[in-house]
Design a binder for this molecule. Sequence first.
Ligand code: ZN
Length: 192
Amino acid sequence: MKPWDGLFSEQDLGALLGAVAFAAVKHQDQRRKGHRHLPYINHPVRVAEILWSVGGVRDMTTLVAALLHDTLEDTETTPAEIELRFGPEVLGVVQEVTDDKSLPKAVRKQHQVEHAACASPRAKIIKLVDKICNVSDLINEPPADWPKPRVVAYVDWSELVVAGLRGVNPRLEAMYDDVVRAAHTMLAASNV
Ligand code: ZN
C-alpha cells in the first residue's frame, strides 16, 4: 500500500473494512478476560482506533495489521489466509506481533521483553497500543480469577516490554505512561 497522501483510495478503505469483517468472524466465539466478558473484537477495533485518533497513524498497513493483530495468535487463522486477503506486508507485521505459542508462557513473555527493541516501527506501535489496552482493561475490568499480584505482575511486565518500544510515537508513549500511572495509583489504593 502506498504512503498516505491525504486521501484514502478505494483499495485502502476496502482493506480496512475487510480487516474489520475478517477479524470479527475470526474472533466471533471469543470473549475478553474481563469480568463482563466483552466481545473479543472490541479489543482489536480499539487498538486500531487509538492508533488513528491518539497516534495520528494514517499508514493503512499498520491500521489493517492492528485489526488483525491477534488473529494468528488466538484463532485458527493461517498466515496464508492473511497473505491472500491483505498481502505480504500486512502479514509480516501481524507475524511480528504474534507470540510463538509452541513456547511456554514464561519464555514467550521474556521473548517479548528481549525482542521489543528489534521490532519494526509498525509492529512497535501496535504492541504499544496493545499494552495500553490490556493494562487499562485489567484495571477497569479485572478478570474475576486474577488476584491482585497477577495484575501487578502484568503491569510491571508490560513496562519492561514498552521500554523497548519507545522512540516511534511520543503521543502513544505518553498515553501508555498515563495508563500505567493510573494503574499503579488504583492498585496501591485497593486492598483486594
Ligand atoms: Zn491484542
